[in-house]
Design a protein around this ligand. Structure first.
Ligand SMILES: O=C(O)CCC(=O)C(=O)O
Ligand SMILES: [Fe+2]
Length: 314
């Protein structure tokens, strides 16, 4: 149960018991430090937070996102001046057969050494229906693991690679993989990207949230290609089991976009899935990425701090 009475400046309404909360009575373009402290607290409690009816542009979205962490751009976008806030547009006549960014369960850039801390995604133009985004809370997923599985996973190191999606040559393959396409991804397949696609990055399978100390089952869909000290065939059934586990409905929520909606997710402890079901409608978003740090393993017993209360107990 959440203590929703602790908030004085904002109203917080959880979407589900595990994941996501809508925040009311806030104008994101005009907040002060006290309001932000409450927003940040809700962000840690619910792992993804949502706002409605905001009136933002690239600058005001960037300024809000920057309160969480410095902004970054993951990919150089073809023909665009570097701007930390990107624009994602999908035209109404795009057929469903053309994949959209994020149409699979994933955590952003888990195949990098320091994946983004989070993303602030703002809707300029929403489909009349469809185009929802789903989120899964990986701390809740950790808590929901059977004790034997927790113990088994704790010492393991997972191997992450973009090859899990694009194939080692960037050309993709069957099933959930896809060819790297500039139009769909708004990025270039150059030598640097190819090198990145071939790399395998190690992250602990169970991570520790750098701010709350909570354990995270850091499982990231097709970005995970193996487990250290196992061959890929041995690792595959375990990865499949864990990938199925983390997206059980009880660890998730689903957000329906409207013009003016804003989502901010903690990319260290969530996965998300952008549903490709809105052919016939345009969808335009502004997207600010926040810099992250290298995921860390579980703290030693006694080191894990509970999230700080918003107010000191009186
Ligand atoms: O468009 C969306 O809903 C999310 C797409 C995505 O995966 C991302 O922005 O990282
Ligand atoms: Fe994503």
């Amino acid at each position: 149960m959440y203590d929703l009475s602790q908030y004085e400046k904002i109203r917080v309404e959880p979407l589900t018991a595990s994941t996501g909360a809508e925040i009311f009575d806030v104008d994101i373009a005009h907040i002060d430090d006290e309001i932000f402290a409450e927003i940040k607290h809700a962000f840690h409690e619910h792992t993804v937070i949502f706002f409605r009816d905001q009136n933002l542009d690239a600058d005001s979205l960037g300024a809000f996102a920057e309160r969480f962490a410095p902004l970054v751009t993951t990919y150089a976008r073809e023909g665009e001046a570097p701007n930390p806030v990107g624009r994602m547009h999908r035209a109404a006549d795009t057929p469903t057969s053309v994949r959209n960014l994020g149409d699979r369960w994933h955590a952003d850039q888990s195949s990098r050494e320091a994946p983004n801390m989070g993303v602030a995604l703002y809707c300029l133009e929403a489909p009349r229906y469809g185009g929802d985004t789903l989120f899964a809370n990986l701390c809740a997923a950790y808590e929901g693991l059977a004790p034997g599985l927790k113990a088994m996973c704790e010492p393991l190191i997972a191997l992450h690679s973009l090859a899990g999606i694009y194939g080692t040559d960037g050309r993709g393959g069957v099933g959930t993989t896809k060819p790297f396409s500039y139009e769909a991804e708004h990025v270039r397949l150059d030598d640097e990207m190819l090198e990145q696609i071939r790399k395998r990055i190690e992250h602990p399978l169970i991570c520790s949230h750098p701010e709350s100390g909570k354990p995270i089952l850091y499982v990231t869909g097709n970005h995970m290609v193996g487990i250290k000290d196992m061959n890929d065939l041995e690792a595959a059934p375990l990865l499949q089991l864990l990938n199925n586990h983390v997206v059980r409905p009880r660890f998730t929520c689903r957000f329906r976009w409207k013009k003016g909606s804003l989502a901010v997710w903690d990319n260290r402890c969530t996965q998300h899935f952008a549903v490709n079901d809105y052919a016939g409608f345009a969808r335009t978003m502004l997207r600010a990425e926040m810099a992250g740090t290298r995921p860390i393993g579980l703290a030693m017993p006694g080191d894990t701090a509970d999230p700080k209360p918003l107010k000191a107990a009186s």
